[in-house]
Design a protein around this ligand. Structure first.
Ligand code: NDP
Length: 444
């Protein structure tokens, strides 16, 4: 049995109830086969893959808090510090009822390679809780965040581990978490990113993941002789990533026809109205059923369906495993040109393989959505310097980073004989730097 297959089997046996983690490990290791086979003896002796799939540390803790009725609630908190070979752990905190250790591990594992791809000195980590901020009052969210940070603060720091936002963790939650960290430790330091502008946040961080997704998509199309202007797109989700992906897409001349939330989806033949979407989601924190009040010509449908619309570009920006094989078939039947992942692992393995077989350009999340973490690292730099850069400065750096990532993943794929397979390319390009650092640092 090959070294890669041995490791995949061992991961499944050792972590039997973590299917998302298995999926992420399979996707990454399968595409690393050419590199692993070329270095098999050395990697085996160093137990390199065994070390890569085992988090350096995983922390699980109780998060008790009191709701508005005076009832004590208990959630579970997680922080998985996966790999610090190239820098302090960096990765978001997800607050969603579906959160469990396997999901945090899949996200932390992916984060290692994504962070490496940015070219910035950040290791991989991820955290979160099964707490659901939806429908909670601001006071309840604050009570949860303060309790969560009371435990988490023992393990993080500006040079150790720097968490950020993710699903369910936006500006409000980061503010409460930061306040509690400062109160407990007395330190005013860049321990979290995604902070508000009045207390150390970076301009363009809010927009970064969505904007970065479009910068990379634009470059990938350009490398293949296609102009992004004039194309149509389907976007899923209506959160942070989706909103700013739609905004940048429109600035680049793309007509975005859809968006969605976990209840249903919107089709707007005139193109999604970003101002309306922001008001519904960022101000009112309401459901997409409201969109029709702003745009009477649009349609709202319950359930899934964004991938059935005829478009040139598909940009999944909601959550993992939201684009299935039948969705991929529908997109291909409608002549889709490219799929670029704004969310983490939104496309199932079967759907990804099908899209690639059909010649669809496919940009994996660890490259396509790396703009968020890259700009978080830029926030860390500004915090260390005690300076704030302008929006245009940060945006220009982000654009440069995304263009670089695009070329690095394309070059790595070509070097190993997998031209245009950007999944293989992104994994190899991210892996090379991490492995080099791990080997240099010895058995740790
Ligand atoms: P938000 O919480 O802001 O938005 C998430 C969106 O996805 C919402 O529209 C939500 O709908 C929808 N959604 C969440 N869970 C499900 C589900 N199970 N089924 C269907 N829809 C769902 O999160 P973000 O925009 O920040 O994150 C979206 C994705 O992008 C995630 O995969 C995240 O890991 C990834 N990502 C985020 C980065 C960032 O900077 N924010 C950076 C890199 C990756 P509803 O409101 O109904 O829950």
């Amino acid at each position: 049995m090959s070294y890669v297959d041995e490791i995949i089997e061992a991961v499944i046996a050792k972590n039997p109830s973590e299917p998302e983690f298995h999926q992420a490990v399979k996707e990454v290791l399968n595409s690393l086969r050419p590199v692993v086979e070329a270095n098999e003896e050395k990697f085996r002796r160093e137990a390199l893959l065994e070390r890569l799939v085992e988090p350096e540390r995983q922390i699980k803790f109780r998060v008790p808090w009191v709701n508005d009725k005076g009832q004590v609630q208990v959630n579970t908190g997680y922080r998985v510090q996966f790999n610090s070979a190239i820098g302090p752990y960096k990765g978001g905190l997800r607050l969603h009822p579906s959160v469990n250790l396997g999901i945090i591990k899949f996200l932390g594992f992916e984060q290692i390679f994504k962070n490496s791809l940015t070219g910035l000195p950040i290791g991989g980590g991820k955290g979160g809780s099964d707490f659901d901020p939806k429908g909670k009052s601001d006071r309840e969210v604050m009570a949860f965040c303060q309790s969560f940070m009371t435990e988490l603060c023992k393990y993080i720091g500006e040079n150790t581990d720097v968490p950020a936002g993710d699903i369910g963790t936006g500006a409000r939650e980061i503010g409460y978490l930061y306040g509690q960290y400062k109160r407990l430790t007395g330190l005013y330091e860049g321990v979290l990113t995604g902070k508000g502008l009045s207390y150390g946040g970076s301009l363009a961080r809010t927009e970064a993941t969505g904007y970065g997704l479009l910068y990379l998509t634009q470059e990938m199309l350009k490398m293949n002789g296609i102009d992004i202007a004039g194309k149509t797109a389907a976007v899923s989700g209506s959160g942070n990533v989706a909103i700013y992906a739609i905004q940048k897409a429109q600035q680049l001349g793309v007509k975005v026809l859809t968006c969605s939330d976990s209840n249903g989806w919107v089709y707007d033949p005139e193109g999604i109205d970003v101002a309306a979407l922001k008001e519904i989601k960022e101000v009112k924190r309401a459901r997409l059923t409201e969109y029709k009040n702003y745009r009477p010509g649009s349609e709202y449908h319950e359930g899934r369906g964004v991938w059935t619309v005829k478009v040139d570009l598909a940009l999944p920006c909601a959550t993992q495993n939201e684009l299935h094989l039948e969705d991929a078939k529908a997109l291909v039947a409608n002549g889709v040109t490219a799929v670029a992942e704004g969310a983490n692992m939104p496309t199932t393995l079967e759907a990804t393989e099908y899209l690639q077989e059909q010649g669809v350009l496919f940009a994996p999340g660890k490259a396509a959505n790396a703009g968020g973490v890259a700009t978080s690292a830029l926030e860390m730099s500004q915090n260390s310097e005690r300076l704030s850069w302008t929006f245009d400065e940060v945006d220009a750096k982000l654009q440069g980073i995304m263009v670089n990532i695009c070329h690095n993943m394309a070059d790595a794929a070509e070097r190993y004989g997998f031209a245009k397979n950007y999944v293989v390319g992104a994994n190899i390009a991210g892996f090379e730097k991490v492995v080099d650092a791990m080997l240099a640092q010895g058995v740790v």
